[in-house]
Design a protein around this ligand. Structure first.
Ligand code: AHR
Length: 337
């Protein structure tokens, strides 16, 4: 009988001690992965441009939601605040950390050869996303995925042709200003060049001025304010992203003018983020040329193919569209960003 009591007591003590040692104390997170488990993860170092626009924020979200620990990734991102030099330093840090893959969203096109040569030397595959780099050596990166920015520039011309026709002013003189993105980025170069190329087919379209608003709302507003003070007869604003268009709307309204389909000034923007759809519904933006930021799954499928030892396509262009104010209300609920 005594023996049974001793055994029961030992059993109870064991259960109680297990309750304390097996469950975490309140306020502590469950221990995450062990180092052996972490070693199994695919280590992705992502060098991002910054957080300058709604588009960029959606792009970062897409990457973070894709490269999760649950899906087998160790993901680290560096936000370079639109500074190419900071991006180069961040790439070097990731090379030192011996990541499995480098993902680079380059701020501007020039100056990557040396650091990407270092990545190549270290045997780390580089995937370039969104904008492009300028190099004579394609072996410095494994794959690129992003938009056809020049095509977007052509599309903006087609969109403007349609808007002018609809207003019945296609044959009249039209004064245009352009808010450019940060100079030297593929998004700026492609959109500016694409638009300029087709502009020459319209002798009645006058490009009064082009200046950079750095892809931000604040700078877009400042530059638009300057344009309005310099040029009294602006008919069209081409804004190389939505956030600069939001700034332009503020400047136009502060100057006592209106914009959008029934306004004094036509606005054609690039991106097509949710807030731009709202602005189209409010009648302040005429149209958006789409630039799709949801690159996370696209980069992941490249990495997965490489993990399986497959050859990947060097360049993948995302299919994109254009959106007009009159369709915005029926489309807004289907937008993912
Ligand atoms: O490179 C894509 C561009 O960068 C988007 O148009 C803009 O909003 C972003 O900042």
């Amino acid at each position: 009988m005594k023996k049974i009591n001793i055994i029961t007591t030992i059993f109870i003590i064991l259960i109680i001690s297990c309750m304390f040692s097996c469950s975490p104390a309140p306020g502590y997170a469950q221990p995450s992965l062990t180092s052996a488990e972490t070693d199994d993860l695919i280590y992705v170092g992502f060098v991002q441009v910054g957080a300058e626009s709604d588009w960029r924020i959606a792009n970062t979200k897409s990457m973070k939601e894709t490269f999760t620990e649950v899906k087998g990734y160790k993901f680290e991102m560096f936000d370079a605040q639109q500074n190419t030099q900071k991006q180069i330093t961040a790439l070097r840090d990731f090379i030192l950390k011996d990541v499995d893959y480098l993902v680079l969203a380059p701020n501007t096109e020039a100056g990557w050869d040396t650091v990407l040569g270092e990545a190549k030397e270290a045997g780390i595959p580089v995937i370039i996303v969104d904008r492009m780099i300028k190099t004579n050596d394609d072996s410095l990166f494994t794959a690129w995925v992003g938009s056809d920015f020049k095509q977007q520039g052509y599309d903006a011309v087609t969109v403007l042709e349609r808007i002018l026709e609809k207003r019945g002013i296609a044959d009249q003189e039209v004064n245009i200003v352009t808010l450019q993105g940060n100079l030297g980025s593929t998004a700026q170069i492609g959109r500016t060049e694409g638009f300029a190329e087709k502009l020459s087919e319209h002798p009645n379209w006058n490009m009064l001025d082009r200046q950079s608003g750095d892809f931000t709302q604040e700078r877009g507003q400042e530059v638009m304010d300057l344009f309005l003070k310099t040029y009294p007869d602006i008919d069209v604003v081409i804004s190389e992203n939505d956030n600069m268009a939001f700034g332009a709307i503020n400047a136009i309204e502060a100057a006592g003018k209106t914009c959008g389909p029934n306004g004094d000034i036509i606005i054609v923007s690039f991106d097509g983020v949710r807030a731009a759809f709202e602005a189209m519904i409010e009648g302040k933006i005429d149209a958006c040329v789409e630039c799709n930021p949801l690159h996370g799954p696209r980069v992941e499928s490249i990495i997965q193919a490489l993990e399986r030892g497959e050859k990947v396509e060097k360049f993948v262009f995302v299919k994109e569209s254009v959106f007009y104010a009159e369709d915005a209300a029926s489309l807004i609920d289907s937008r993912d960003y």
